[in-house]
Design a binder for this molecule. Structure first.
Ligand code: KG4
Ligand code: ZN
Length: 338
């Protein structure tokens, strides 16, 4: 059956997303963001599942309309099986199952972490795809992983965070500075105007390719408390330098481990995904490695890098080609084997 139309649904955290792919091309990619969490400074699971419940029908409707296809043309339904918040995952999986049953098309369960990685294979003009094997670095509010990718379905985690995710390191630091949630983009904004070496923070010592960010957060908290005690306006006066120094340290922590991973594997193709890949400092630092060390780096379009359904769709497409289908007994998993 050609072309293949995949309807993809993603609801693992706080964004309700649906996309339609025609083979490896995206026809529509719709996300309903939930603003209810802002005032709480983080995602509230109970509120997230309720908002998914309200958003899912309209989001899927819009995705189908924008793609300009009829429900009857859908070849298969792909959805996020996990990892994520159980209440959120259940909304997407129940909907996907019912719709697959109603349309009498196959159901495809997708691992959200595979999707962040395989998002690089969405067909886009002027976007070179990585070649196997490559290293994938997934950095977001929920994840920090270095993965060795040998083929579409053969990948191994070689490093991950032992505590906070990179995005949390940004957001929690921002919170200490009194910035609103999520603070990552704001730190980035101020950092561009500051001196990254103004305040040296120490990097954690973590074995192998794993990461740790909770120590940095504590270090920043004590540093701010000490300075604010001496000068109540310390943050206001030095916000650019503080943000630049925090961002610089986080980037150094990431880069140290990527360099180590390149050395250990001999692989020089690095593909970045997750919301934190929007960070201007990370982008610049990575681009520099192409000249400096002869690496090749890949950063997809922003809409394919934050949580979205197009990335679920591209995994769905490749699973469809391999007849990797699930029956309706497939269950959502908050944690999932890679
Ligand atoms: O992938 P994403 O949208 O959602 C998940 O967490 O899965 O990532 C959101 C994270 C947040 O922690 C946010 O602060 C961070 O990405 N982020 C950034 C930037 N843009 C988004 N962090 C640093 N600099 C940015 N420009
Ligand atoms: Zn994600």
């Amino acid at each position: 059956k050609s072309p293949v139309y995949i309807l993809a649904i993603e609801s693992s955290c706080d964004d309700t997303a649906a996309a339609v792919l025609q083979d490896n091309k995206v026809l529509s990619n719709v996300v309903a963001r939930q603003s209810v969490h802002e005032e709480y400074g983080g995602v509230v699971p109970e509120l997230a599942s309720r908002a998914h419940q309200q958003n899912i029908v309209p989001v899927i409707d819009v995705a189908l309309k924008k793609a300009n296809i009829e429900k009857a043309q859908v070849s298969a339904i792909a959805f996020t099986q996990g990892p994520g918040l159980m209440g959120s995952l259940l909304v997407g999986s129940s909907f996907a199952k019912s719709m697959a049953m109603a349309l009498n098309v196959p159901l495809i369960a997708v691992n959200h972490m595979h999707a962040h990685i395989l998002a690089h294979f969405i067909d886009e003009e002027n976007y070179d795809k990585p070649e196997f094997p490559f290293l994938a670095l997934t950095i977001s509010g929920g994840h920090t992983q270095v993965v060795c990718v040998d083929s579409f379905f053969d990948m191994t985690i070689i490093g991950e965070t032992t505590d906070d995710a990179v995005g949390e390191a940004f957001d929690k630091s921002a919170k200490i500075l009194g910035l609103p949630y999520p603070g990552g983009p704001l730190i980035d904004k101020y950092a561009q105007l500051g001196n990254p070496k103004a305040y040296p923070f120490t990097k954690p010592k973590v074995d192998g390719l794993n990461f740790s960010f909770s120590g940095l957060k504590t270090q920043i908290l004590y540093f701010i408390q000490k300075n604010v005690a001496q000068d109540p306006d310390f943050i206001e006066k030095n916000i650019n330098d503080i943000c630049a120094s925090i961002q610089y340290t986080i980037i150094q922590i990431l880069m140290d481990k990527i360099k180590m991973a390149v050395k250990e594997t001999g692989i020089k193709q690095i593909a970045i995904g997750g919301g934190v890949s929007a960070n201007s400092g990370i982008r610049t630092t990575l681009k520099e490695t192409e000249q400096k060390y002869g690496w090749k780096t890949f950063i997809p379009k922003f809409e394919y890098t934050t949580d979205n359904a197009a990335m679920i769709g591209i995994v769905g497409y490749h699973k469809f080609l391999e007849n990797q289908f699930n029956d309706a007994s497939v269950v959502s998993k908050a944690r999932i084997e890679f």
